[in-house]
Design a protein. Structure first.
Length: 150
């Protein structure tokens, strides 16, 4: 089942079951997808890869919000954001383990022919499509930086 169809089905289920958290989160994803599809230069309806990018972006926004809410002492809002992250992660493919991510980084470094920190952009250009939606980009970038520094 395509990701768009899965979202539609989950929204109907959440409506029937009166699951307000899941319903609001799926509606937010669909809204973000619609915005992405209608922005200038958009190529039309998003495919599964485009939808995964939207979901990953929304997860990143939520994580940033959790950090800010915790700094401000608003654990109630932080808990709501964490619950939304859990719903969003349901739509992502299985996440890479630390060992799998390290192997992907090593392969990308070898393929890009990187020799030092200046080549980080080349490595990330090779690595990003391979791990899209399956690993946190910041964690991957930190790992690349660490590997290139040695």
């Amino acid at each position: 089942m395509a990701l768009r169809e899965q979202l539609d089905a989950d929204m109907k289920t959440a409506l029937r079951e009166k699951d307000s958290l899941k319903l609001s989160t799926v509606r937010m994803i669909k809204s973000a997808m619609k915005y992405k599809e209608t922005e200038p230069g958009a190529a039309g309806p998003l495919d599964d890869a485009g939808i995964l990018q939207v979901i990953t972006s929304e997860i990143k926004k939520r994580r940033d919000s959790v950090t800010e809410y915790e700094k401000a002492g608003r654990s109630d809002l932080a808990d709501k954001e964490k619950a939304e992250i859990a719903v969003l992660q349901h739509y992502l493919p299985e996440q890479l383990t630390a060992a799998e991510l390290e192997k992907a980084v090593a392969d990308a470094i070898a393929e890009a022919g990187a020799e030092g920190p200046r080549d980080m952009g080349k490595v990330m250009k090779v690595l990003t499509p391979r791990i899209q939606g399956r690993a946190d980009g910041k964690v991957a970038a930190d790992l690349v930086k660490q590997k290139l520094a040695t």
